[in-house]
Structures are given as structure tokens and as C-alpha cells.
Design a protein. Structure first.
Length: 615
């Protein structure tokens, strides 16, 4: 969702900004633009891909060493060139890019209109640009960095809603100003140059150090220095962090798409999720970041897991795993429902907010609501500098590395791995024996290698995906631990191939889903050799009897599937509770290859955003 990058330094700004925008593409966008200062402000913006903007700049070059740029994901106002950012104030001398939503923009706009302002777009952002410009004029005196910062502060105090912004003014060419509330913004520190970005990936390779700004921070950037203050003008305590990622982490390397690269990274990302967290001595998991004593962990009576999209599916797997390993009642709720639902929760309920980005607006709101009610609220995040990671009372990092493909893949398996560690930890302080603990740990340690085995079948999975590319719709069916995997398999297929896909518990087939079965509607059964294997086989027979093609995910050596399904993809044997970590891999590859076959842009699917930072 909307991406910002700003630059002030000694190099040409346009190539740096365009490269940064390309790296932010994964967040999801529908238009892009930039403004560069070189005596006067010049702007280039258009709807569509960054390639369109690059072409525009090729035709109408733009030079200068200070600039701001933006990828827009429309919320207020349609997808048009006029609505693309940057936006200008009434004087045309101040430019602004914005991520977030100005909730009271209508009221502010009416006021500004009555004062004689003219607007060119339908966006809430343009209103903010005018408001800052108005304050800049009203402050009077010499045009200077402090005056611009003062104007930004004054305007933001009138605003309700969320923002991450970058601002510049023709009269103050040595200064960029940034501010945030609710939308991420990072300051990148270079040599003789500084950056602002929504996401550190945009400035990897340029900035070695970064400051992850906090809500209500206002930052002033010069070429050689920066200053971070609060919205009230006070001193902001901030921390300079090393930029940990390399350019390899944010590039596709030899892979045609980020999604495929990330699917193939899963042996390592899973290894990283469990590394250092299995204690042989105590035969249990160690999750120090939870900040809870063994007694506090024992006192947990109920767990609520919340998240959105794929994170919610991982939570659903977590519900089965935690209840199986630890016997702690566990419930899953979409974060968007949780935040408005008044769930009765006793005092020993612990809430986990699960989010790869750590910035999803609904998940953040669910976390805050849970904390408001006095519950210990922990995070399971990938982005260590994220708002959810910062605001939670503790948690577990996924350590999956940057996930750029919009369709979440490695973050799902990392989330499931972390929830399994949690199940093991809670189980061991309840009823699991030392030998149970050792057995579970050994099985977990074997998972990365088993994922590697599945990935070796990539070519075969591609062939199968191509065979079913004719499908009009697709059903994904599974039971128990693999019911959430069916949901996730369907979500992957919808997101990147735009094929109608539904995920259901296999047994629900007879209660409606079966009406949709036909030769044009294949079913994917997730049917490993587990406690419900035979039940799944019966469900497959029911589909076959209605001429529905069946692709099955089964366990090596389980021959019954061959007899009933049209195609079978095998996973290595593992305990039931770990099977989602394996069964999901062929489904990710299946969706990927089918989408590529259909000519879809898998890394940037239509209408989707990687990080949904508005409600
Ligand atoms: C968006 C993404 C999904 C993701 C969901 C939650 O919808 O497109 O892939 O699962 O947000 O994201 P989070 O960062 O909170 O895990």
C-alpha cells in the first residue's frame, strides 16, 4: 500500500527515486510520481506501472538532487494522473507525498475552499499539502527549514487520521521534512545524502544506517545532517540501527519472480525460525521474547490468535497445533472482526497479533484494543522495526528475511513454525514428557530438509499446474490440520491467478460445495497419511463420482491415493501436527505455475497490496 521515497544529496535524484519505487512496487499501487527540486519544482506523475513513469521521465527528463516520490494505492479519489502524488499547495511551491488516510479531509477542504484555495484532485493528500502551505505562508519571515517544519507541525495538529509524509518547498531547497503517525517511515542515513522511505528495502545499497521513526516523530533532513523531534517540538529519543539486508535480499537473483524465490527460500527461513529456539537440555522450545515467566506461561487459560489474510490461516493451523500439543483452548479471529467485537475474555487470556509486515492496520488495531482491555498482547512479526513489534508486550520474530512477493509464502510457514514452538513450550510445562519434547523437537528439526525434498518436484508440479490451467474454478479441500492449508491454497490461487478458488473442510463438500463440482472445476485434496486419511479418500470418491478432476497432496508410500486421484503430489512422512509446513509447499508452487501459465503478474497482482495500512 502506498510507498514513499525521498532523497536529498549530491547525486541525481530521479534514478535513485525510481529504483526505490521499483523496490516498493510489491506493496501494491496503481499510480506513481515524483517531484524534483532544481531551482523550481518539477513533477512527473501518471497512473499505471512505474515503467510508465520511467518512460515519461525518459521523454521529459527531470534533474536535481532533492526529490520526493510515491506509489499510490487509491483510497480517496479514482486512479487518475491528477490523483497521483506528489500534490502541491496553493502556491505550487510546496510538494507532498503521503501514505495513510486524512479522515477529516472534507471539513478541512471546505474550510480551505472558503478561504479561496483551489484543488486539482479528489485526494485527501492534496488537502494536507494546502494546509501545510497555508501555515507556511501564515508563519511569514525568512523561508527556512525551521519555518517549514513549524508549518508541518501546525498542519498535522489539525489532522485526524494516519500519515507517513515527505514534504519539500521551493524556497527551502536544503531541507526535506518527514513525519509519521500510523504509517511506516524510515530515515536512511548515507554519506552526504539522506533518505526517507516507507520501507528500508527501498534504500538498501544506499544507506548503511536507518532510524525507524515512531508515531508523532517529525524529521528534518539536510544533505549532511538530520534532526528528529516530536510533533510538539520536543526531543524524540531515537535509535540508529544498521541496515541488515543486502541488495541480494531485495533482488530476485536468478529467479523470474520474488514469489518463486521466496518459496525456494523456505528451507532456510524455517531453519531461521527454529534456530536457537530448541533447548536439548530442557527438551522444549525457548521463546525469551515472550517476556513471561514459566508460572505466567502455566497460568494461561486461553489463547486468541488474530491476523489478516495468510497470517490468519497460519493462526488457524496454530489453533489445531496448540490445542494438540498444549491442550490450551485457542481461538482464531480475523483482526478486522476482533477490533470491533467485544469478545468475552477472562484475565488469563493471552492474545497474539500475527503479521508479517507488522503494519497491517486491522491487526495493529486489534492489538491496541486487546491491550486497552488489559490483556497481555504479544506479536509474531517478521519486520522487527514494525509498529506491531514495537507496541506488543513481547513476542517472537519470524526471521524470514524480506518477503517482497505480494502473495505471502515463506511468512506462512515461519508463522506456523513459531506457533508450533509455542505449542511445544506450553505443552512441556503442562502435560508433555521429556521424551515427547525430544520427539517433537527432532521432527521439527527434520522439516527444512523435507521441504527441500518437495521443492525438487518443482518441474512435475509445474506440469500438473499447466494441465489444469483450463479450469473455470477450483476447490481446495482438507481436514483437521490441513483445513487451514486448503484455505491458504485457495487464497494463493485467487490472489495471483484470479481464478475463482474456494477452500473448505473436506467433509463440508456434501453440504453445498459438491453442487459446484464438474469436469471444469478440479478439486485439490490435501490428504496426507494422517488420522483422517481414509475420510479424505471417501470425499475424493464423491468428487470423482461427479466427474470432478482431483489433484491430491499425499504422503510418500500411501498408494490408495493413486487409485482415486488423477494426479498426486507427494510429501515426505511427518507427524500430523507438522504436515501443514509440508503440504502448503506444493500448493504455493501449483498456484505460482498456473498463474504464470495464465500470463498473470504474480509479484504484483491486481488490486492487492502487500501491506494493508488502511482499514
Ligand atoms: C495483505 C497481503 C497478504 C497478507 C495480509 C496480512 O492482504 O496481500 O498476503 O497475508 O495482508 O499481512 P501481514 O503483513 O499482516 O501478515
Amino acid at each position: 500500500m502506498c510507498g514513499i521515497i525521498g532523497y536529498i544529496g549530491k547525486s541525481e535524484a530521479a534514478p535513485i527515486l525510481l529504483e526505490g519505487l521499483r523496490r516498493l512496487e510489491y506493496r501494491g499501487y496503481d499510480s506513481a510520481g515524483l517531484a524534483i527540486l532544481n531551482g523550481t519544482l518539477s513533477v512527473r506523475k501518471c497512473k499505471g506501472r512505474i515503467a510508465n513513469l520511467t518512460d515519461l521521465i525518459g521523454r521529459e527528463p527531470i534533474h536535481g538532487d532533492v526529490g520526493i516520490s510515491h506509489t499510490r494505492w487509491a483510497t480517496h479519489g479514482g486512479v487518475t494522473d491528477e490523483n497521483a502524488h506528489p500534490h502541491f499547495d496553493e502556491s505550487g511551491k510546496l510538494a507532498l507525498v503521503h501514505n495513510g488516510v486524512i479522515e477529516n479531509y472534507q471539513t478541512l477542504k471546505e474550510q480551505l475552499l472558503s478561504e479561496g484555495h483551489h484543488f486539482k484532485s479528489q485526494t485527501d493528500t492534496e488537502v494536507l499539502a494546502h494546509l501545510i502551505g497555508k501555515h507556511f505562508e501564515a508563519l511569514g519571515g525568512e523561508a527556512s527549514g525551521p519555518r517549514l517544519v513549524e508549518a508541518v507541525r501546525a498542519a498535522l495538529k489539525e489532522v485526524t487520521g494516519t500519515y507517513g509524509i515527505a514534504v519539500m518547498h521551493e524556497a527551502v531547497p536544503e531541507t526535506l521534512v518527514g513525519a509519521r503517525r500510523g504509517s511506516p517511515l524510515v530515515l536512511g542515513i548515507g554519506k552526504g545524502e539522506n533518505f526517507l522511505a516507507s520501507d528500508v528495502s527501498a534504500i538498501v545499497g544506499h544507506a548503511r544506517e536507518a532510524v525507524y521513526l515512531r508515531d508523532y516523530d517529525v524529521v528534518t533532513l539536510g544533505r549532511d545532517d538530520f534532526e528528529i523531534t516530536t510533533l510538539d517540538g520536543g526531543v524524540s529519543g531515537f535509535k540508529v540501527s544498521k541496515v541488515e539486508f543486502s541488495e541480494d535480499d531485495v533482488n530476485k537473483g536468478a529467479f523470474p519472480h520474488f514469489m518463486l524465490k521466496e518459496i525456494f527460500e523456505q528451507p532456510e527461513s524455517l531453519q531461521n525460525a527454529i534456530r536457537g529456539r530448541l533447548s536439548v537440555e530442557e527438551s522444549t522450545a525457548k521463546l525469551g521474547g515472550l517476556n513471561m515467566t514459566p508460572q505466567q506461561l502455566r497460568d494461561i487459560e486461553r489463547i486468541v490468535l488474530t491476523g489478516c489474510g495468510t497470517a490468519c490461516h497460519a493462526a488457524m493451523v496454530g489453533e489445531y497445533v496448540i490445542e494438540t500439543l498444549a491442550h490450551v483452548p485457542t481461538e482464531v479471529e480475523f483482526a478486522s472482526e476482533f477490533r470491533y467485537r467485544n469478545m468475552p475474555m477472562n484475565k488469563d487470556t493471552v492474545v497474539f497479533a500475527i503479521s508479517q509486515s507488522g503494519e497491517t492496520a486491522d491487526t495493529l488495531a486489534a492489538l491496541r484494543e486487546s491491550q486497552r482491555k488489559g490483556h497481555r498482547t504479544l506479536g509474531i512479526c517478521n519486520n522487527v522495526a514494525s509498529t506491531i513489534a514495537r507496541e506488543s508486550d513481547g513476542g517472537v520474530y519470524m526471521h524470514a528475511g524480506p518477503e517482497i512477493g505480494v502473495a505471502a509464502t515463506k511468512s506462512f510457514t515461519s508463522q506456523v513454525a513459531v506457533l508450533t514452538l509455542l505449542g511445544l513450550l506450553l505443552g512441556r510445562i503442562r502435560h508433555l514428557s521429556t521424551s515427547d519434547g525430544i520427539r517433537i523437537m527432532e521432527e521439527m528439526k527434520a522439516i527444512p530438509e523435507k521441504v527441500r525434498e518437495i521443492l525438487k518436484q518443482n518441474d512435475r508440479i509445474k506440469e500438473i499446474a499447466h494441465k489444469y490451467a483450463y479450469a473455470k474454478a477450483m476447490m481446495f479441500l482438507g481436514r483437521q490440520f490441513n483445513y487451514p492449508v486448503a484455505m491458504e491454497g485457495a487464497l494463493k490461487m485467487k490472489e495471483i491467478s484470479y481464478l475463482h478458488a474456494e477452500g473448505h473442510p473436506s467433509a463440508e463438500l456434501k453440504h453445498g460445495v459438491i453442487a459446484l463440482i464438474s469436469p471444469e472445476v478440479p478439486s485439490v485434496f490435501i490428504a496426507p497419511d494422517d488420522s483422517v486419511y481414509d475420510k479424505n479418500i471417501s470425499n475424493i470418491e464423491e468428487v470423482k463420482a461427479r466427474k470432478g478432476p482431483v489433484i491430491a497432496i499425499g504422503t510418500e508410500g500411501s498408494s490408495k491415493l493413486e487409485k482415486v486421484a488423477d494426479d498426486v503430489i507427494y510429501i515426505p512422512r511427518c507427524p500430523d501436527y507438522l504436515s501443514p509446513l509440508l503440504t502448503v509447499i506444493p500448493l504455493q508452487l501449483f498456484a505460482y505455475h498456473l498463474a504464470v501459465k495464465l500470463g498473470c503478474d504474480v509479484d504484483k497482482p491486481r488490486n492487492l497490496a502487500k501491506s494493508v495500512t488502511v482499514e
